[in-house]
Design a protein around this ligand. Structure first.
Ligand code: APR
Ligand code: ZN
Length: 225
């Protein structure tokens, strides 16, 4: 059975990482939605770098939860028949054991040099402008896809959706495209697992409400039974 799973911030909420729209919080007095933009980076690169440096540092304080571990078990069972796509920029899927994670919005654990275009594993802060290990320029930015930029690897995602038997959306509000359109591109059955009905809940054949740490392990057990 070919399965495509999409995860959003909701799958990491019970690990202690606030979601985008539930946080309601400001960061240094700024709406995070306003910080995650190329315009904000051009206007005040230090602010944007500090925003992501704080989020990267927070990764070391959280652990994957039962939902991340359940999806790693699913990958062990399904192998290449599972495509795990995440909008999240955290590394909790990888730390739970998932080996093929498709980050369509980039990753906090990667830095992108806009001078030589190299992308590298990165763990420290990017504020204060460390030099690119490759070309020495100080043009390193978070390797995150900001609003208005093109998500990564959409051709792979589209192909998988058009040939899958099942598409499952977990912990996403269904407000940001193109991920919000995946349910329409999916050839097979569709299932939503979310704390509350997302904006696209009625587009799914089935929509279950509850915490990811309860719904996802139960669903994986159903699939593997
Ligand atoms: N279990 C399951 N779902 C949860 C939980 C939980 N414990 N907690 C919250 N949720 C749900 C919320 O109900 C909400 O529908 O997760 C969803 C989180 O939605 P958002 O905060 O909008 O996050 P997401 O959908 O991932 O945002 C998509 O928007 O901000 C941009 O690029 C950013 O990748 C992000 C994209
Ligand atoms: Zn470089």
């Amino acid at each position: 059975m070919k399965v495509v799973v999409l995860t959003g911030a909701g799958i990491s909420a019970e690990s202690g990482l606030t979601t985008f729209r539930d946080s309601g919080g400001l960061w240094e007095g700024h709406d995070p939605m306003q910080v995650a933009t190329p315009e904000a980076y051009a206007d005040d690169p230090g602010l944007v770098q500090r925003f992501y440096d704080a989020r990267r540092a927070a990764l070391d304080t959280v652990e994957p939860n039962a939902a991340h571990h359940a999806l790693a078990r699913l990958e062990q069972a399904l192998g290449d028949d599972l495509l795990l796509v995440t909008q999240n920029v955290d590394d909790l899927h990888e730390r739970a054991g998932s080996r093929r994670v498709h980050h369509v919005h980039g990753s906090l654990r990667s830095a992108w040099c806009t001078a030589c275009d190299a992308r590298r594993e990165w763990s420290g802060p990017l504020a204060e402008g460390p030099p690119c290990p490759g070309c020495g320029s100080t043009s390193l930015r978070p390797d995150i896809v900001w609003f208005g930029e093109i998500p990564y690897g959409m051709d792979v995602v589209e192909d998988a959706l058009e040939s899958c038997d099942l598409f499952v959306s977990i912990g996403t509000s269904g407000l940001v495209y193109p991920a919000a359109a995946f349910v329409h591109w999916a050839r097979g059955d569709t299932l939503e697992l979310n704390l509350e009905p997302s904006a696209g809940a009625t587009d799914f054949a089935e929509s279950r409400q509850g915490p990811a740490t309860v719904l996802v392990p139960a669903w994986v057990e159903e699939v593997l039974a």
